[in-house]
Unconditional design. Sequence first.
Length: 446
Amino acid sequence: MNQQQLLEQYGPREAMEYDVVIVGGGPAGLATAIRLKQLAQEKGTEVNVCVLEKGSEPGAHILSGAIMDPRALDELLPNWKELGAPLNQPVAEDKFLFLNEAGSKATPSALLPECFHNHGNYIVSLSNFTRWLGQQAEGLGVEIFPGFPAAEVLYNDDGSVKGVATGNMGIGKEGEPTENFQLGMELHAKYTIFAEGSRGHLGKQLIAQFKLDDGKDPQSYGIGLKELWEIDPAKHQPGLVVHTAGWPLDPATYGGSFLYHMEDNKVAVGFVVGLDYTNPWLSPFEEFQRFKTHPEIRKYFEGGKRISYGARAITAGGLLSLPKTVFPGGALVGCDAGYLNASRIKGSHAAIKTGMMAAEAAYDALQAGRQHDELTAYPTAFENSWLYKELLQAKNFKQWFKKGRTTATLMTGIEQWLLPKLGIRNPPWTIHRVKPDHVYLKPAAE
Ligand SMILES: Cc1cc2nc3c(=O)[nH]c(=O)nc-3n(C[C@H](O)[C@H](O)[C@H](O)COP(=O)(O)OP(=O)(O)OC[C@H]3O[C@@H](n4cnc5c(N)ncnc54)[C@H](O)[C@@H]3O)c2cc1C
């Protein structure tokens, strides 16, 4: 039975009305919700906000082990320390290694580009952080519905976004309704904010529907594989951050690794491979496993135990691939839009910051009695923000890798080490990508 037939037989769906519905309870969605409620409290008004999260709780679908730049959190919840935010392990030391099969070469700290400096940042479990952020949101009166994926965008007759519908429950293997069948629910809102993370299911539909990526470079992605280990306490150096480039990837393949020493003898290790690789026989997972056998890396893990693992898409196109982020009735925030700074492998600060800016635009619009229009104040605020300046400096990062690792290393050094020393934060040249990732993949026979 298709959706139309299900609706005819079991419908209509129940509907709930909100001022703002947020799809996705990650850092971006929760920051949006928190900022909306803060503004309502400050101004003595009411805003009804709900967050749909497909995981069993906020954080359940987020990979652990990340470095967080606290800049946006400082703005959202300046008293995060008193509120018990799980940012317990400051970064103590940064290392950047170029690996070859047998050995490695470390980049001297004085020559390390700004994007690889992490002093002032924290090594966190992003999933614990998100759970905590969810508690802050609930404390402010946000309704969070865990276990509910938004499955469909709903439109008004004028084409603006009306809200979303959650997925049906109790569907059998062949798509037929079982005795536990329940139609999804409709959530209608004056504004719907999409915060699904990288390659969001509905976000992709909205980008196509409203042609939000017209005139932009095609978006680019990587796959990020991550493992959490408990290692021998004798080998644990709390606060140590190691990034690597080179082996086992060939010089034409974009990617690298990270290794973060967290609290309690835990180490998060991960590997990112750009999805514009050419060799169809390359397996990012196998390359990650091979990487861990390098003498510089295996030394940390011998005698240790892997306690969890996972893989996720990571958005890497940066500013030049950023779509228009608003459309009638809503906006895209965080990695659903593509704000991650690939040169820093960091997107959680951008997620929080963009959630806040979208919330401020939505709050002002609601106060002015508006609904279902474009929240243009949000992209304007972004263009005037520190985040825009940060992404401007990194605008060419991914593109240089299409010219090989040596050129990319040199140009990253120029753009993120030399130019900032000269006070130049926007490289005076712009390198565009014209082809999407998948077209680079060669046929197996080649
Ligand atoms: C391997 C790897 C390493 C990374 N390392 C770092 C790092 O060190 N530092 C850093 O700052 N960033 C890092 N990032 C990026 C960081 O994870 C993201 O930038 C950040 O999580 C983005 O937040 P978000 O809220 O936009 O999306 P997400 O964190 O992805 O959250 C989206 C949420 O929406 C939910 N969701 C999705 N679709 C739906 C739907 N249709 N209905 C309901 N719920 C839905 C998901 O379950 C999820 O909880 C890394 C990413 C990867 C993959």
